[in-house]
Design a protein. Structure first.
Length: 194
């Protein structure tokens, strides 16, 4: 298989790649047939919002085509991501959030043809190289055993559950909101011990 190269994108470059990223998202997550358009639109809406967040950063893996990407942002000090956290938010996470020291891994995707080549690991590692945050956090869909296994292998720890409050559409059936697993890992900075 062809070699894959990692490269960082600016916000402008990310915006210009949004259609290719949406195609990659649909291919990487292959939801139920007939849902591709809906899934693609939801990704594009979330991506447009995430690109505007403070500290947005993005890495892509390029082969002959887009092999995958990882992006995230610095969590705002109000800790909006933690609204809906079940039980008490751990004190250290609350303190790091309030001091602007949490980077959120918002998306990580790799095309099926490129999996099992450590591309996801390389994407995350390269994404975090420039981060000045002390902690990286992510929300994982319940029952996603491959992601949970990868997180454990990368040294992440689960620290609770979050049920984000999303506005329900006023018309139509009410869908139950999923509860996501909250995971985190300390970020190792160049020159730091450990």
């Amino acid at each position: 298989m062809a070699e894959v190269f990692m490269r960082r994108l600016t916000r402008w470059q990310a915006e210009s790649q949004r259609e290719a990223l949406a195609d990659t998202y649909v291919e990487a997550y292959r939801g139920p047939r007939g849902e591709e358009f809906h899934d693609r639109q939801l990704f594009l809406e979330r991506f447009a919002e995430d690109m505007q967040r403070p500290g947005f950063d993005m890495m892509v893996a390029d082969g002959p085509s887009l092999a995958g990407c990882a992006y995230g942002y610095v969590l705002e000090r109000d800790g909006g991501l933690w609204r809906g956290f079940r039980g008490g938010l751990p004190v250290d996470i609350e303190e790091l959030t309030a001091s602007g020291q949490v980077f959120v891994l918002a998306e990580l995707m790799v095309q099926p043809a490129y999996r099992r080549r450590r591309i996801a690991t390389r994407l995350v590692d390269q994404l975090l190289v420039r981060s000045r945050a002390a902690l990286v956090a992510a929300l994982v869909e319940p029952g996603n055993d491959p992601v949970r296994s990868a997180m454990q292998g990368w040294g992440w720890s689960r620290f609770g559950d979050v049920r984000p409050r999303e506005p329900q559409e006023p018309l139509g059936p009410q869908r139950p909101q999923p509860t996501y697993e909250a995971w985190s890992r300390a970020i190792q900075h160049a020159g730091s011990a450990g």
